[in-house]
Design a protein around this ligand. Sequence first.
Ligand code: FEO
Length: 169
Amino acid sequence: MLSKKMEKAFNDQIKWEYYSAYLYLSLLSYFQSLGLPGFANWMGVQFQEEQFHARKMFDYVLEKGGKIQLQAIDAPPNNWKSPLAAFEFALNHEYVVTRRINDLVDLAQKERDHASAIFLQWFVTEQVEEESNFGDTVNKLKLVGDGGGLFMLDRELAARVFIPPVAAA
Ligand code: FEO
């Protein structure tokens, strides 16, 4: 079973994962409106990844006999001043998610909840990939600026496809 503290912390994080999905859906619409379908595709894949994260945590809480309490999802922003500003916003969001996952691991250890600590290791590793993915594109955007390089990067980002992590393992 889960302690009440762990149960609440997981429910809070499920909301954050769904907020992340919402944020990336909003970013999809931003990039589509700029005429950058490859960037929009990339955000669409990220939207799916976040839903996977939320569902993975949701299923774990149920498996442990915990109670799910879904929460209202905040409205994300829907406008940024440039593609670079949008990706920097997303990268900073991922830093917050990483901090929250680390806090969850700390809490699991404090509660002597070894099962949750092990479960959360998947998310610790996933956040390394998340920060790296967003960070790479931030760096590329800094290199290409606003010129034709943006369209080449758009073609590159169009290739991203969603592979469910379980199938990929
Ligand atoms: Fe679910 Fe992007 O962290």
